[in-house]
Design a protein around this ligand. Structure first.
Ligand code: SF4
Length: 179
């Protein structure tokens, strides 16, 4: 039986969802025979690979790099799962939506102690921000959702176990069988 090709991706998030994934601990080892983790912050892979079975995506879409990667992931993944509340609603990452990008950059980098002079060159050090932070489903079709900030390890395991058994992801708002 072929292993489930799994990827994880980290967009605009704090990495807490990935930490929760790691909190699976020994249970991760138990399912490792059935899963091949081929891309993500826990793996040394530069390019998002073709032919993914499932991709868990942490974080909201905050900049143009996030947007490009998300669209590539959608094309290359059978199932795309919004992983955690930032991916699902924008959550903490979207708090900056109260400000314009210009006001935000000025407040964070160019005002107050330790500020740097504002310049086009300085602004280009960062990936270009989108005007607004977006949850994943506002950019691409999402197949399932794993809520939580971060999601409990038990909830992540329940989803992975369902997928490995070929069952629908019952925690999802949108259910689709893996096959
Ligand atoms: Fe961090 Fe919570 Fe967002 Fe996950 S959902 S990236 S834990 S803030």
């Amino acid at each position: 039986m072929s292993r489930l090709r799994l990827a994880t991706a980290w967009l605009g998030g704090c990495s807490g969802c990935h930490m929760s994934f790691l909190d699976l601990g020994e249970q991760l080892i138990e399912i490792s025979d059935a899963i091949e983790l081929v891309y993500g912050p826990l793996v040394d892979a530069k390019e998002f690979p073709e032919g993914m079975d499932v991709t868990l995506i942490e974080g909201a879409v905050a900049n143009f790099e996030n947007l490009e990667l998300l669209q590539q992931i959608r094309k290359r993944s059978k199932l795309l799962i919004s992983f955690g509340d930032c991916a699902i609603t924008g959550n903490v990452t979207s708090l900056r939506n109260f400000f314009s990008v210009d006001d935000l950059l000025t407040a964070v980098y160019h005002a107050g102690p330790g500020s740097a002079p504002r310049s086009d060159e300085a602004d280009q050090v960062l990936p270009e921000l989108l005007p607004r932070v977006l949850p994943l489903h506002q950019v691409v079709e999402v197949d399932a959702y794993i809520p939580g900030c971060p999601p409990d390890p038990e909830r992540i395991l329940a989803v992975l176990s369902s997928l490995l058994k070929g069952e629908a992801v019952t925690l999802s708002e949108v259910q689709r069988s893996f096959g």
